[in-house]
Design a protein around this ligand. Structure first.
Ligand SMILES: NC(=O)c1ccc[n+]([C@@H]2O[C@H](COP(=O)([O-])OP(=O)(O)OC[C@H]3O[C@@H](n4cnc5c(N)ncnc54)[C@H](OP(=O)(O)O)[C@@H]3O)[C@@H](O)[C@H]2O)c1
Length: 348
């Protein structure tokens, strides 16, 4: 029998019936039970409940999505088209990424049906500590309508407030989110970069609670325990972003890289563990997050990496290795996605 690595290197399915195998499933065709498994798993949507047997969240969404921050509008269409053909079912964008128009065009012209694509976008509430007025209730409604138009869709699957920066307007903005859901313009509402204190404001105002909180999650920045407990208690799904931040080439050449120089030039963490599973370190980190129950949003502009990041179902990380990976946490937790010296979870 040919090894799965050999088959994967040849751009062929490894025969393990991986849920979203990006390789041409040649090997699967002769095997009826694998064919059946393939057909069943293809349609599956996960949430933390069916991953861990815990009642974590009511929100069901694909566990792997394409991240699109730093992909320019003129390039994003081809990448989204490739991803949909590969089997990605979730695209993550934001008003502030300025690429919703290109994503919308790709979705509109795709042969993948709209109901098989989960779209997340985010409303920008205004920048912390800058002389920019914060978003308002009416402005938030208009921002959502603009996103709907650019994305060429009738509703957004998950609409998030991008961060908690708009201190005085946070409740007003959340009321707008609730209103957008009531109007059917968005199907689920959530937040991003919110800490317990920020979500408690919503709870104290007796408003509908967020379905999800998108946060930076990788082994150097794991969810603070108090936040994790609070989200579990309130069935708020944590969605992981920047999960590949510990790899040395993360956001290489971009000014949006908050890593100090020593982290940029360091060796690939956890390479020995990845080798044991015959996978790459990015695959290992993505699977680590998924096994902890977090949907992930790997971003890449390279076709081979888009395939690699989707191919995560043929291996399972042991509890012992999950623990070892979680323990590579550096002494002080490091938020890298924003600037390196400030963590949006910590804002007032
Ligand atoms: N809510 C928020 O505040 C927030 C903040 C940050 C991010 N996000 C979302 O989360 C998504 C992901 O986060 P991110 O973009 O910060 O980082 P990421 O997906 O963790 O990492 C992306 C970086 O890793 C590289 N890469 C991707 N796959 C690779 C592979 N298989 N092997 C080697 N290198 C690989 C990419 O380079 P290439 O592109 O050159 O392949 C890029 O430099 C974003 O795109 C965005 O949608 C949300």
């Amino acid at each position: 029998m040919l090894s799965s690595k050999f088959l994967a290197d040849q751009d062929m399915c490894c025969g393990n019936g991986c849920m979203k195998c990006p390789y041409e499933p040649k090997y699967i065709f002769g095997n009826r039970s694998l064919q059946k498994k393939w057909a069943n798993t293809e349609k599956k949507m996960y949430n933390r409940e069916n991953l861990e047997g815990k009642k974590m969240s009511k929100l069901k969404m694909p566990m792997i999505g394409l991240g699109t921050w730093l992909i320019p509008n003129e390039d994003v269409g081809k990448i989204v088209e490739d991803c949909l053909n590969l089997g990605y079912k979730h695209i993550d964008t934001a008003e502030v990424y300025q690429n919703e128009e290109g994503i919308g065009r790709a979705i509109a012209s795709s042969s993948t049906k709209r109901e098989n694509i989960f779209i997340t976008t985010k409303m920008w509430p205004g920048m912390y500590n800058q002389e920019e007025p914060f978003q308002t209730f009416d402005g938030a409604i208009k921002a959502c309508e603009k996103s709907l138009k650019l994305l060429q869709v009738d509703e957004i699957d998950l609409y998030l407030i991008h961060n908690p920066f708009a201190k005085e307007n946070r409740i007003e903005l959340w009321e707008a989110m609730v209103e957008l859901k009531k109007q059917g313009k968005v199907l689920n509402i959530g937040v991003s970069n919110y800490n317990v204190k920020h979500i408690e404001e919503i709870e104290n105002a007796k408003l509908e609670m967020p379905a999800a909180n998108q946060i930076e999650i990788h082994p150097w920045h794991i969810i603070p325990e108090t936040l994790d407990n609070y989200m579990q208690k309130n069935q708020i799904l944590p969605i992981a972003y920047s999960t590949l931040a510990p790899i040395p080439n993360w956001r290489e050449g971009s000014r949006w890289n908050g890593k100090p120089e020593d982290m940029k030039s360091g060796s690939m963490p956890c390479q020995n563990i990845a080798d044991n599973y015959n996978v790459s370190v990015p695959q290992l980190f993505l699977k680590w997050a998924i096994q902890l129950g977090y949907p992930v949003l790997p971003k890449s502009v390279k076709y081979d990496r888009l395939k690699e990041n989707l191919c995560l179902d043929h291996f399972h990380i042991s509890d012992k290795d999950l623990d070892i990976i979680s323990r590579i946490a550096i002494k002080d937790q490091k938020c890298l996605a924003w600037s390196g010296d400030f963590d949006p979870l910590d804002v007032d």
